[in-house]
Write a protein that binds this ligand. Sequence first.
Ligand SMILES: [Zn+2]
Length: 644
Amino acid sequence: MPKKILWIRNALWLKTGLSRNTKALFKEWYGKYEIVHLCQGVIEGDPKIDMYPWKSLAAISSNPQEQDRYQQDPHYSRIAAYGAIRLESAIKEHEPDIVCISDDLWAAPLDYYTNKEWSKEVNLISHITFDSLGLLPESFELAKNCHTYSWSPFGEKALKDGLEKKQIKTDYNIGTIPAAIEVDKYEPISSVEKNELRKKFGIPKDDILVNFVGRNQLRKKFDTLIKALSSYKKQYSDGKRVRLAIHTSWTEGWPLTRLIKESGLEMSDILTTYVCKNCKEFEIKPYNGEEQNCRFCGGEKCQDSASITNGVSDDEMKYIYGINDCALSVYTSGGFEYHCAESLLNGLPLATIGYSCGSTYLECPQVSEIKYVETSECNSGFIKAEPSVQDCVKFMRKIEQMSESKRKEIGKKGRDWAIKKFDSKVVADQWMNIFDNMPEVDYSKVEFGDNKKLNPSFIPDISLDGESFIKSLYSGFLDAQYPDEQGMRHWTDRLSNGESKNQIISIFQQIASEDTEIKEVNFEHSLLNNGKEDLFFIIKESLGDCIICLSLLQSCRNSYPNHNINIVTESKYFEVFKGCIFVDNIIEFNPMLEHEMYVIGAGKEKGLGVFVMPAVGTQKHLNYLSNNQPEMLVKPKSKIKKIN
Ligand SMILES: [Zn+2]
């Protein structure tokens, strides 16, 4: 029997480095293992999920009550998108031998991974992009409780050093596994192809193009690239024209257009990749806004800068690299930095920093070093790198002065080095060694007793303030010992913006009690199951409302003569409906039945039945209080009471 692997990672159709890693590995493992992919960020019912030969599961529920909770609780919503909420049910259903989360640290919340009853029984692996010194305490907690691999030796060393310093012992493996790359997709293009591409895009043959490919986000130092080119032009007016060629989305992160103009550069000094949404052809040219007309298919406003949803296909990325003369990769920190590996595989001379995963690339003798100074980041306290602009200028000059044959020679050696390290066959083997040495899991011994104790009756200590107060709510109501940063910030912000502690307490209370109720949903036994369709008449409460509603039942029967009419109400009002000839069945109220989408079965194969909820406008959402009663309108007060 092949071992079964549950792999948690984002959807394969996204154009991110991390999903390319998963895809490359799955191709190698397919047939050797049984693969189940829990796709982060994907909502149940997305048809794209069925296009792969292995089993794919969606991380986000389409259940309306769950959707409600996502909206109420940002912490919950984030960890749901990361797959944490559905992890346990996926393990229960598929019984994998190995469970591996391959992501950043915050995608593996300890409450949902290492602190579960099953955590010690299944072979749990975390593959984490530890990229900055000053590792968070959760990193060590993770390494203490499951096999932990870093994407680069830098992270492995930081983890081991930290464990030793804190005198934490672990019985689990700690190591490094780099990203897997399908190396045959990346190869230097020929000089003829390069010249033809340049001709196609009107780029002079002699221009020196400095390449960068990456998300437009804070840690990628686009500002350094732009400053370096500006400084280069001031220092060297002789020689060939040096230009940047950046493959990124111009609508995220860094305000590139403004940075370019402020640095004194021309827009034409920087080339970028446009991709047509219609014909998928790419074009490399100076940036001139989004929604450009496509000269290939003639479409209007269909060309945008490359992004993770509208990108160049994996097979064509070699041209994006190949049109360039070198690659320059500067960042504050990085777990793997695909750009470095891919530029080497495409035979480009590369320069990068020696911090974070950059230290791996500098082991290759052909890679040039960009020095950096250390800075510390606000909030996280992580150590980050600030790369030297002048070193970038020096590298540009070195490449500009270098002969083409020398560049090719450097490129070839760099490529050979990268193939040995990152070829998906090599990396997949590293993983398989680990998998094959792990014991099979005997699921008759695995327990799933939900050890998260939601406690709606928890009594918080309101003398606590700020973060400690919010932390106490997470742990008291939701049994979440490690709430994530965004969730914490959301609630502390609400607190400091004047929302009262009692109000926030009542929201947590509600979340805790809703969660308890989800587990109790099971109506099958309360239905008549007599072969007829069901109608649900939902009237949760109040004696008066129930009595008034009796008058509506005859018309329900007239409209649905062949349906069972099920009254859904609190048990104390059952008496009101007993004996009524238009009522076939009475069911105890459950909040799930207040959701029309749930009752009619939106997104499912079959719904429960017809939905009638007469009290929407009176109990559920008030909408009549101020009718003909102008005194209900709240007037501005002369003095606003200060909330402490
Ligand atoms: Zn087009």
